[in-house]
Write a protein that binds this ligand. Sequence first.
Ligand code: ADP
Ligand code: ASP
Ligand code: MG
Length: 414
Amino acid sequence: MKIIVQKFGGTSVANLERIELCAKRVIEAVEKGYKPVVVSSAMAGETDSLINLAKEVSPRPPEREMDMLLAVGEQKAIALFAMTLNKLGYPAVSLCGWQVPIITDNIHTKARIRKIGVRRLLNLIEEGYIPVVAGFQGVTEDWEITTLGRGGSDTTAVALAAALRADCEINTDVPGVFTADPRIVPNARKIKKISYEEMLELASLGAKVMQIRSVEFAAKYKVRIHVRSTFSDEEGTWIVPEDEVMEKVVVRGVTADTSESRITVVRVPDKPGIAAEIFKALGDAHIVVDMIVQNVSHEGYTDMSFTVNKNDADKAEEIVKKIAQKIGAKEVIRDDKVAKISVVGIGMRSAYGVAGRMFEILAKNGINIMAISTSEIKISCLIEEKYAELAVRVLHEEFIEEMEEFETINGKSK
Ligand code: ADP
Ligand code: ASP
Ligand code: MG
């Protein structure tokens, strides 16, 4: 039995006509001999409008109630999806996370999947049904509904593929993973194959085409992922183990991430234990800190800046303000208008000069760098948000020749 997990994103299921197109994709898979398991996101805009409703009630609603609310979006989509398949003559059954079950930890709004029960899915498939599973949601051991963070349907799909030992197809509104967001860089190129590690960096650094956790899952369980367009038949991008990626380009892609805020604690006494106190408190509140910069100290004082996801910025600011008061720091400044621009590629492990070129291009375009972070396969710079798109475009232009093998027609590059 060849099972395939087919995930459809929000734009793909934005209205009933589109759901019917998605259903036809599923039927094609059935006709080719696959047993599909469908994962659907909420219809486009639905999750955002539920969040806005909640924010009208209160700026920081209880996270448990947020999960109760947000899970509704996917529940609506899967019911309509299953109805459409039934109408087209293919029996289908929709399932919420708890009905599968997809068991998660109890960190509301960003839960992690712990276990998946596959018995019910396998029974349904045996009986000739197509299961249509709600993305983005799960249930704790205590029967509380959880959600997996924005874009979490990708993770549902990959986790199901891992549990069912199936391939995973991510059907979305672009025909694959590109060297930069095709909406910002029109001449970005589609990548044919990309390693988990590179995809993980791209996703972590702003390429929202795949949720980060879904790629972590794929790497851990070696799930092969095909990212493709819901609306065309063209071959998309394969996300696979590194040894299957022949081409080790220096720069695989350029990304911009505007989802973070920068928080600066000004005039912190420069003595041991202060950084530990701040970052331990943030960790205890389940807040992930990304870039950290500590300035050179002057007269026993220093400034400390760090970035966190905008969703956590209120909470982080509150925590840090309390500590700042206690330790006698001058003030806490928050800046929401920042962007992290990155270049990523496994070839960078053995290449030199990439950082220099990146800084030079930014400087030439009058873009100031506020913080830098690097790993073996990426370089990131924090800049003002208003320059994000410009930075992506000029960096893409700089590295384009090195990014992907050219497809040649009659010996000429195109
Ligand atoms: P879905 O609703 O199907 O989950 P998303 O909106 O979450 O889709 O992700 C797809 C979007 O990701 C695309 O519309 C595109 O604008 C954006 N994107 C950002 N970077 C990239 C990239 N490098 N390659 C492809 N798409 C990207
Ligand atoms: N509906 C959720 C969101 O908008 C999950 C997803 O689409 O993957 O983030
Ligand atoms: Mg998505």
